[in-house]
Design a protein around this ligand. Structure first.
Ligand code: KG4
Ligand code: ZN
Length: 360
């Protein structure tokens, strides 16, 4: 089996080649620099950038793996949820390749792929409670197997990553700002009272992060000196974080507010699922050092296996799409050329066809 994974759901263009045992090659092109000029992802530009990048990335992964396009047996493509125009670019490559070579087409739920990403490096234990926290989603799942996900709760408004990114924008830090909040927050202890821990006074497993953005906006309005007069460059912050030390209390307190909120709801999900064998934490926000520490401690307290992807597998990437694709392919599941893309905010349908065992 040679499986190509395609990721174009937002602003990262990714391609990966995998066998049934290993990820053979992987390339990723981030568009962060382009979108940073606008303070967020511009969908029209994202689609065009995917179109521009896919051909050279495809040549690159084939070269890295020493393979030819004709040898590809399966094409796994992120089919949503995401930006429609961006998804269509990846899906068009997948369909074109499938038509030309006869490779099997497998549409992959981008969110499920995030959650199973730690399975690239280690065997996952089920049933699992899965927390997915990214720029577009904050979802809690019960996962009984790689093909059995049940949504337990989700954000009612902003995602956790969006809370970080919008706060960073208020300070005039570059987009996406989550990693800078993480970095600068490490320079100070949090003030637990500075920002609210939103939407905890209820019994459900949903989230709401939009109030946190409002709280940070009020804080910046009261401390106008914290807002940089021009947008800082990523290198400026990475090389001289001490020059941004005045932001460290706010950043640390924001890390704390998001971490605590995710932790309380995850604990609640574990309480409601006492048979869970593991905790999976995935998505771009799973790269946050405060959240990684907290979830490590939580899993230890509960005697659970913790599946936390290495940081390079937290954000969007194509290795996770290829990995999910091979799990589906092993079960004979896939799609035909009528496969469609799914917009943000919509649950991806379970519409796999049983393609049966492979010839030969
Ligand atoms: O999974 P991802 O790459 O893309 C989506 O599918 O959304 O997640 C991106 C999000 C952004 O909001 C980004 O700011 C956030 O993950 N992020 C972080 C960190 N690294 C990335 N947030 C907090 N701390 C980090 N270290
Ligand atoms: Zn993602």
């Amino acid at each position: 089996m040679l499986i190509l994974g395609i990721e174009t759901s937002c602003d990262d263009t990714g391609l990966a080649l995998a066998s049934d045992r290993a990820i053979l090659a992987e390339r990723l092109a981030s568009q962060a620099d382009v979108h940073s000029l606008f303070g967020g992802v511009v969908p029209e530009i994202a689609s065009r950038e995917h179109l521009r990048m896919l051909a050279p990335l495809f040549a690159g992964v084939l070269r890295d793996a020493g393979a030819s396009a004709r040898e590809i047996t399966d094409v796994a493509v992120a089919r949503g949820p995401g930006l429609l125009g961006s998804l269509l670019v990846g899906l068009s490559l997948a369909k074109g390749l499938s038509l030309a070579t006869g490779a099997r087409l497998i549409g992959v739920d981008h969110l499920a792929a995030h959650l199973l990403a730690p399975g690239i490096d280690e065997e996952l234990r089920f049933p699992a409670i899965g927390l997915l926290a990214s720029g577009g989603h904050t979802h809690l799942y019960r996962i009984d197997s790689p093909v059995a996900f049940r949504l337990l709760g989700r954000t009612l408004d902003d995602a956790a990553g969006e809370a970080f990114d919008k706060a960073a924008k208020l300070f005039n830090l570059p987009y996406p700002g989550g990693r800078f909040i993480d970095l600068l927050g490490a320079l100070a202890a949090p003030d637990p009272k500075l920002f609210p821990r939103p939407y905890l006074a209820n019994q459900n497993l949903d989230f709401s992060f939009s109030g946190l953005k409002t709280a940070v906006a009020a804080y910046v309005a009261a401390h106008p000196g914290l807002r940089r007069p021009r947008q800082s460059a990523p290198d400026e912050i990475m090389e001289h974080p001490e020059a941004f030390a005045d932001l460290s209390l706010a950043c640390s307190s924001l890390n704390y507010a998001v971490e605590q909120t995710l932790r309380v709801k995850t604990e609640r999900a574990l309480n409601a699922n006492p048979d869970a064998a593991s905790l999976i934490v995935a998505g771009g926000v799973a790269a946050n050092s405060v959240i990684r520490r907290s979830m490590t401690e939580l899993a230890r307290e509960r005697g659970l296996a913790l599946h936390l992807p290495r940081p390079s597998l937290c954000g969007d990437n194509a290795a996770m799409i290829a990995h999910m694709g091979r799990l589906l392919a092993a079960r004979g599941l896939g799609h035909d050329l009528s496969l469609e893309v799914i917009p943000r905010g919509t649950i991806v349908p379970w519409d796999y066809l049983d393609l049966g065992a492979r010839d030969g």
